[in-house]
Write a protein that binds this ligand. Structure first.
Ligand SMILES: [Zn+2]
Length: 412
């Protein structure tokens, strides 16, 4: 990187010097200097390595720790850090001091570009998404050995497989009832870019039929908020297989900072982040993730207003920077009960929920919890679900029996 930069600078200096020299001898050539300048690409580029984070790529730009910590922190306000993949690209333009970033572009997937510009103390942000084509697919399969193997042979991605597996496991006990020759169908929507499917196919429908299992089907329910924890597969009663696992502390999940080592946005020093930060608007309800007893509800230094709940397993969940608490010490709470509202109390640079998990007096990574949406949709959601189900059925029928006329091009 350094060597590259030096070489580039040397080339620029030599080139400029020769133009200057040339212009001394023939003054008319001076114009070429102006034409040459815009050809220099002002962006410096870093690619996220395997296992890398926004910190590791920012650290390569030789900025101060505070600048790295602050930029990474602000970055998390716009981009869910759990969606960052190896191969994503970060481009920056440094200011004249070369110590601070003035512009930043983050390229995710091939189709999404996030643009940032530093304006005074804040960041201006906009997202640019290149058009993608949507394509529906019906996949029919027969069980030979395991469902997983059958789904794999249909070319489904690990994430799609997991969503189907999880959904059907709630309906069928595969261990005892699955048999060779059982049939299943998957209806999904893919996003196609430059002729290739992008990761993250949306499973709209799954069915499974076997001699011992009987017939089961699941439909996708989706809320307007694309990050809603409720989006997923449900059976006809509006139940998901979500009885096991704990709930989410918020209705919509955007991870702005993960558990583990990070550069502190206040000090610019490396420190351990003992929890996960979820970005949310001030006032958003905070839910208890599982049944338990409130062991703490008070102002606690850097954590601001903090609620702690002890659960039957002995684990303690922690909810910090809360604006207003609605839980008292000693109170028993149920999963999904509101215990407070998101705020920015204590040591915090903006509204977010800090969620911690404590086991035997030690902070552990909360992402080891299997967090799931609601076990069952409520009445209002059931009405929406019924409408969405009809639409999916119609789309599937049209896919199986296409109309005579050539189909209109897929929406983009
Ligand atoms: Zn935090």
């Amino acid at each position: 990187m350094n060597i590259g930069r030096q070489v580039l600078l040397t080339i620029i200096i030599i080139t400029m010097a020769s133009f200057t020299l040339a212009s001394l001898f023939s003054p008319k050539k001076g114009k070429e200097v102006e034409e040459f300048m815009p050809l220099i690409d002002p962006w410096e580029v870093q690619i996220v390595p395997p296992g890398g984070s926004i910190f590791s790529v920012l650290s390569n730009f030789e900025l101060s720790g505070t600048e790295i910590g602050m930029m990474a922190y602000r970055f998390g306000d716009y981009i869910d850090v759990t969606t960052i993949q190896p191969g994503d690209t970060l481009k920056v333009i440094l200011d004249e001091s070369r110590e601070k970033i003035s512009k930043m572009m983050f390229v995710q997937e091939p189709t999404v570009r996030h643009h940032f510009e530093v304006v005074g103390d804040s960041l201006a942000y906009f997202k640019e998404a290149l058009p993608v084509k949507r394509q529906e697919k019906i996949l029919d399969g027969t069980l030979e050995t395991t469902l997983d193997a059958a789904l794999l042979s249909l070319g489904l991605s690990p994430a799609a497989k997991q969503s189907i597996n999880n959904g059907l496991e709630g309906e069928i006990s595969f261990q005892s009832d699955a048999r060779k020759g059982d049939k299943f169908r998957v209806f999904l929507e893919e996003r196609i870019f430059e002729g290739k499917p992008l990761p993250g196919a949306k499973i709209l429908y799954v069915n499974y039929e076997g001699q011992r299992t009987g017939f089961h089907e699941l439909y996708r329910y989706e809320q307007e908020d694309e990050k809603s924890v409720l989006n997923g597969l449900y059976n006809k009663e509006g139940k998901s297989n979500n009885a096991s696992g704990v709930g989410f502390p918020l209705a919509s999940i955007h991870v702005s900072s993960s558990f583990g080592r990070r550069l502190d946005p206040f000090t610019g020093r490396w420190s351990t982040h003992n929890g996960v930060d979820y970005r949310a608007r001030s006032g958003t309800p905070v839910y208890a993730v599982a049944n338990g007893t409130v062991t703490q509800a008070r102002y606690n230094g850097g954590f601001g207003n903090e609620v702690r709940i002890k659960h039957a397993s002995g684990m303690i969940t922690q909810y910090a920077h809360i604006l207003s608490m609605s839980a008292r010490v000693g109170q028993t709470v149920k999963r999904g009960q509101i215990i407070g509202r998101v705020g920015s109390t204590g040591r915090s640079t903006g509204a977010h929920l800090h969620f911690g998990l404590i086991n035997n007096g030690k902070y552990i990574n909360p992402n080891q919890l299997r967090m799931v949406g609601a076990e069952k949709l409520n009445d209002k959601q059931m009405k929406e679900f019924a409408q969405q189900k009809e639409k999916i059925k119609l789309r599937m029928e049209r896919k199986l029996n296409p109309p005579e006329e050539p189909e209109l091009a897929a929406k983009s």
